[in-house]
Design a protein around this ligand. Structure first.
Ligand code: SAM
Ligand code: CA
Length: 213
């Protein structure tokens, strides 16, 4: 976390509050699921929802569903014709996640697929206009490369955890592990890509916001 607990609490108190379903997903994830820190919180969830709504995106892709918190947020930002495809390799969470989707009332907008995103992505032909990359860090460059080329101008890609708890800076790590190296490679790939403009949002664990030119 890059801001104090107090400022984070203040930021949440002055943002639209999480509703009961999202609060319950958060509660159940903390009680029953490994690594609850992976969950998107209320600030990131609301940001994703608002960006989907503002952009008017109709075809959204999420790579890394986990317990569906961000999926439901993005689904809420979609208009009548909008759909979201969300991919996750972890089949153990499927029953719980499908239950959350049905409680959201948006299940018909959510195409949830279980499998390795690297295998599933080539099967999807129609390009996306909004992509949230939030799965295994080592494949961030692969995920980016597989979606950016087909995107239309104005399409958005968001990638989460791109400051990696500060470990993108050498002074904050003992040695360069594979995940950190992958994040560094991803950030560099985006920065050097002439097809896009981008900005690093230093909120939470860092979000890379990319817009196709
Ligand atoms: N987007 C979720 C949210 O905001 O609440 C959090 C996603 S969590 C950080 C990462 C997820 O990526 C895990 O549920 C994991 O199973 C999934 N994952 C890891 N490797 C994957 C792969 N190769 N293909 C698909 N999903 C993968
Ligand atoms: Ca994340």
């Amino acid at each position: 976390m890059m801001i104090s607990e107090e400022l984070l609490a203040y930021s949440m108190q002055h943002s639209t509050a999480e509703d009961e379903l999202l609060a319950d997903i958060s509660r159940q994830t903390h009680l029953k699921v490994l690594k609850p820190r992976m969950l998107s919180g209320p600030l990131q969830g609301k940001l994703l929802e608002m960006l989907v709504r503002i952009s008017g995106a109709k075809r959204v892709l999420e790579i890394g569903t986990y317990t569906g918190y961000a999926t439901i947020c993005m689904a809420r930002g979609l208009g009548d014709k909008g759909r979201i495809v969300s991919l996750d390799i972890n089949e153990e969470l499927e029953t719980m996640v499908r239950n959350f989707f049905s409680r959201s009332g948006l299940a018909e907008k959510i195409d949830y697929r279980i499998g390795n995103a690297l295998d599933l992505l080539p099967q999807i032909k129609e390009p996306f206009d909004f992509v949230f990359i939030d799965a295994d860090k080592r494949n961030y460059v692969n995920y980016y490369d597989s979606v950016v080329g087909e995107m239309k101008p104005g399409g958005l890609i968001l990638a989460d955890n791109i400051l990696w708890s500060g470990k993108v800076l050498a002074e904050n790590r003992k040695k360069l592990d594979k995940d950190t190296a992958a994040i560094l490679a991803f950030n560099e790939r985006v920065r050097q890509d002439p097809r896009v403009e981008n900005v690093v949002l230093p909120i939470r664990d860092g979000i890379m916001l990319v817009r196709k030119l």
